[in-house]
Design a protein around this ligand. Structure first.
Ligand code: NAD
Ligand code: TYD
Length: 376
């Protein structure tokens, strides 16, 4: 039986991954370490926490004592590091927190894994590790910088981060690579494009636009709205991480994403049209509208006039696009969900799960944590 340490498992992608591997693999033990920042919510994984295979620990990945105590208590085989400060706009406001969590936290996890996984030394002095262990770093395509109108990021594209967020993620990747080279620690790095799907915190583009429409608010589009992102349905990403962890060759980097490029403005218009269509087809969905929305019976206000172009993000990367041919060729992964299908699934999920949105915004789940776990 494999013992997983999954950090950031109460966040958007981490929680989706927890759900994915619990369903996919029968025999495992899963330790979730998450500090429950504004972006992490225990309620997101409350059903998963009932599973006897799962244990939740509240704590900071930067803290050596907490990470040590987990490895002392559990024979961890895999560390999958999702925990991070993840929002570019927040990194522009407060860069230092990003360096602490994303860089120092990663190094702390690597160091602890190295210590507990070492079973000997070879003749050159390199550590020899327990059979079957691996560290996987969940990284981002933003480490490659920004593309013009053409071209794709491959694993060989030079690193060229632009924002404090992407600089911190790049630094983390470099320290992972250093542990791989210097100590021969078995690692993988996956670099994925923008994810979307259920449980996405409503400060990122797609859930924020959905939330604002439901509240009848304006929809803020940065700059001219022509920036391009390569959207990846979160479950496709979870499949890629599972494959890379179990089948990826140690030391390899895998780009994850592809073939779902969209301009921001087109996404916003698509969400407007889809919400209106879904609510027209099924009046039950109108229950998701908030009291501040102009009307429940007449949906004509849900139109492109809600869009407002606002001041551009500082250093706004123009375009991201992934070439996933390495992970497709080596591990057989490909993005299965077309944006047109994934976005409808996502919108439906939000329309059906407004309680979750209300709670993560109000901090309701933080209260839930206190009730469940006291001050631990
Ligand atoms: P998220 O912000 O939704 O979740 C992050 C989680 O990490 C939260 O549960 C939070 O409580 C936890 N966390 C933050 N700081 C912590 C700390 N110091 N110690 C312990 N836990 C801490 O992020 P996400 O969108 O799920 O992203 C997960 C990972 O994937 C991140 O490493 C991010 O850089 C990477 N990534 C995300 C995207 C995307 O589109 N969302 C794209 C590429 C890469
Ligand atoms: P975001 O979801 O923050 O992800 P990232 O910055 O990691 O790509 O933003 C996606 C794109 O949407 C990005 O080009 C910035 C833009 N954006 C807006 O136009 N308006 C918004 O309110 C937000 C949050 C983002």
């Amino acid at each position: 039986m494999k013992h997983y340490l999954v950090t950031g498992g109460a966040g958007f992608i981490g929680a989706n991954y927890v759900k994915y591997i619990l369903k996919k693999h029968g025999d495992l033990k899963l330790i979730i370490l998450d500090d429950l920042t504004y972006a992490g919510n225990l309620g997101t994984i409350k059903d998963d926490l009932k599973d006897p295979r799962v244990e939740f620990i509240k704590g900071n990945i930067v803290d050596p004592q907490i990470v040590n105590s987990i490895f002392e208590k559990h024979p961890i085989d895999f560390t999958v590091n999702f925990a991070a400060e993840s929002h570019v706009d927040r990194s522009i406001e407060n860069p230092q927190l990003f360096l602490q969590t994303n860089i120092l936290g990663t190094q702390n996890l690597l160091e602890t894994a190295k210590k507990f996984w070492t079973v000997g030394r070879d003749e050159k002095g390199y550590p020899i590790y327990r059979e079957g262990v691996k560290y996987l770093q969940v990284s981002t395509d933003e480490v490659y910088g920004s593309l013009g109108e053409t071209g794709f990021f491959t694993e060989k594209t030079p690193l060229d981060p632009r924002s404090p967020y992407s600089a911190s993620k790049t630094s983390a990747d470099l320290i992972v690579a250093a542990y791989s080279e210097t100590y021969k620690l078995p690692v993988n790095i996956t670099r994925c494009s923008n994810n979307y799907g259920p449980y996405h915190f409503p400060e990122k583009l797609i859930p924020l636009i959905i939330k604002n429409i439901l509240e009848g608010k304006k929809l803020p589009v940065y700059g001219d709205g022509l920036n391009v992102r390569d959207w990846l349905y979160v479950e496709d990403h979870c499949k890629a991480i599972d494959l890379a962890l179990l089948r990826g060759k140690a030391g390899e980097i895998y780009n994850v994403g592809g073939h779902n490029e969209m301009k921001n403005i087109d996404i916003v218009k698509l969400i407007i049209a889809e919400i209106r269509r879904l609510m027209a087809e099924n009046p039950e969905y109108r229950k998701a509208l908030k009291p501040s929305a102009p009307s429940v019976s007449d949906l004509s206000w849900i139109n492109n006039e809600l869009i407002t172009f606002v001041k551009d993000r500082l250093g706004h990367d123009q375009r991201y696009a992934i070439d996933p041919s390495k992970i497709t060729g080596e591990l057989g992964w490909r993005p299965e969900t077309k944006f047109a299908d994934g976005i409808v699934k996502t919108i439906r999920w939000y329309l059906e799960n407004q309680d979750w949105v209300d709670d993560v915004i109000s901090g309701g789940y933080q209260k839930y944590y206190e009730q469940m776990y006291g001050n631990r």
